[in-house]
Every structure is written in structure tokens, then in C-alpha cells.
Design a protein around this ligand. Structure first.
Ligand SMILES: [Zn+2]
Length: 280
């Protein structure tokens, strides 16, 4: 079974919103949503397009979530849409929620509302788009405590260390993990290469409950092979970052560099074992 653990869907309302309405978002999202060529990529993030790509690339299941908007309303629209798509898919999609952590009380209340949805897996974080640091532990504490209490997961964006300007790199992520050692977490984008430091007790202890997703457009296969050499095969889960990359592209990269038995674990078995089962 192939499970894509990292997929973005945007609410129809967000996809229709005029370019200028994104001016209050962070620098990255305001540019992405107002330049027509970039906007066209994100506007592909609909249920219909995703299912068509999954059919084409033979992806059986996916985990979907919205964008980390500064606007709490946009986060809500995406959460509603992700939940609705998971419901509509009849078991093919599960979903995670995105919140504005600066509004702790509202976000915790929102999280609690979702906890009993059988398709709900937890919370997606990309702090830099909301101008937050992962190392701001007290900001994240109310929400991450809820994630832990409900025995859900967090999927957290970790920036590659070669792009320091926006923060959210490996050091910030390590600090967050040290503060929440029991939190079941997937570190997106290979955790900003933190797996390469697995021999270092400092990293290994902080990453005890961490898996890594493979959402890296240029070198997913090479990095997955390196992680496998380090003994981390069972900590890798396939993620594409659709609509940024098509699932088929990342799968092809992984196929080129991993042995078939490793590939099966990364493409789906690890997710089922460590994160969540999908209904058949
Ligand atoms: Zn992503």
C-alpha cells in the first residue's frame, strides 16, 4: 500500500480569494498567492485534482491538511475542507488540522472539536509562515499538550539548514522536541537532515519519537538512501508535498535509490505500523 503522508488541500474559498486579500499573510504566502504562475500551482490543491493524481500515480491513501495562514479564518476554512474531503473519500484520505498558535484558547477549542472525528490524525505545523519560531516553547505548549493528551500526531515543517533566513531549522526543531519528548511527531522534509546526526546522543535522544517524511523535491531518493544506510529505514514515511510536487515524482526518486523491500516500508508499511491505519 502506498500512503502519502504530506498533502496540502486549500479550501475553495481560499482558492477563489483575490490576490490582494493575501497581503496580510507572511511574505512567502502573500507572494505565492498573488503571482499568477505560483498561484496556479497552489490552486491545484483541490480534492478532485488530488484524487486524479493519486489514481494516476497509484497512491492508495493520503493525509491532507491546509496551509499555515496567519488568518485564523483561513485556517478554519482549510480545516473544514480537509475534514469534508476525508469524509467524502470514504476512507482514502485522513486529515490533520492547522491552527494559528497565537490564538491559543480558540485553537485548543478547535482541536478538541476535531478529536472525535475518526478521520482526524492531529496537527500540522509550519511556523515560519505565521512568523513564529519552533523554539518558542510556551507558544506551542497549549496546542501540543492537547495533541499528546489525545494521543494524536504532529507533522512539523523543518527548514533545510541552507535556507536560514526564514528560521524553523533543525536547531529550533530539536529544542521543541526536547520540550515535548513524548510527542509523536513526523519531521517534514527529512527533518532538515537531522537523521544524519543519529549517532549523536544529543540528536537521538531528542528524536526518540520522531519519524521523517520524504518531501524533498530535488534529492528525496539520495537522502532516503543515506538515512537507510544509517539504520533509519523504519523511521521514513513517504510524503510528496502535493501540489508542490506530484506524488509520482517522489515515488520515482525513491524507487531509483532504495531496494524493493526498503521501498515497501517507506511507501506505506512504516506509516501503518507507527502512525495510523486506514479503513479498507
Ligand atoms: Zn508541505
Amino acid at each position: 500500500m502506498i500512503i502519502d503522508a504530506h498533502v496540502h488541500l486549500l479550501s475553495p474559498r481560499t482558492r477563489r480569494d483575490p490576490a490582494e486579500s493575501f497581503a496580510g499573510e507572511g511574505r512567502f504566502l502573500s507572494v505565492e498567492m498573488s503571482r499568477p504562475d505560483l498561484r496556479a500551482v497552489w490552486n491545484r490543491a483541490s480534492y478532485e485534482n488530488l484524487i486524479a493524481e493519486m489514481d494516476r500515480d497509484r497512491v492508495d491513501r493520503a493525509v491532507v491538511f491546509g496551509f499555515p495562514w496567519k488568518s485564523a479564518s483561513r485556517c478554519d476554512w482549510d480545516n473544514e475542507y480537509a475534514a469534508e474531503c476525508a469524509h467524502r473519500s470514504g476512507g482514502r484520505l485522513l486529515w490533520m488540522a492547522v491552527f494559528q498558535p497565537g490564538m491559543a484558547a480558540e485553537s485548543v477549542a478547535g482541536f478538541k472539536q476535531f478529536v472525535n472525528d475518526p478521520n482526524f490524525l492531529g496537527m500540522k505545523i509550519k511556523a515560519q509562515f505565521q512568523d513564529h519560531s519552533l523554539a518558542n516553547i510556551e507558544l506551542w505548549r497549549p496546542l501540543l499538550n492537547e495533541v499528546g493528551r489525545a494521543n494524536k500526531h504532529a507533522l512539523i515543517h523543518v527548514q533545510q539548514p541552507i535556507s536560514p533566513a526564514n528560521g524553523n531549522g533543525p536547531l529550533e526543531f530539536l529544542e521543541l522536541m526536547r520540550a515535548f519528548p513524548g510527542l509523536r511527531t513526523i519531521a517534514a522534509h527529512f527533518g532538515g537532515m537531522l537523521g544524519m546526526y543519529w549517532s549523536y546522543p544529543l540528536a537521538r535522544q531528542a528524536l526518540e519519537n520522531v519519524l521523517f517524511d520524504t518531501a524533498l523535491g530535488l534529492t528525496a531518493g539520495e537522502v532516503a538512501a543515506a538515512y537507510t544506510n544509517i539504520g533509519l529505514t523504519d523511521r521514513l514515511v513517504f510524503g510528496s508535498d502535493f501540489p508542490m510536487h506530484s506524488p509520482g515524482k517522489i515515488i520515482a526518486d525513491l524507487k531509483r535509490k532504495l531496494a524493493p523491500e526498503q521501498l515497501d516500508r517507506v511507501l506505506g508499511q512504516n506509516y501503518v505500523r507507527a502512525v495510523a491505519r486506514f479503513n479498507s
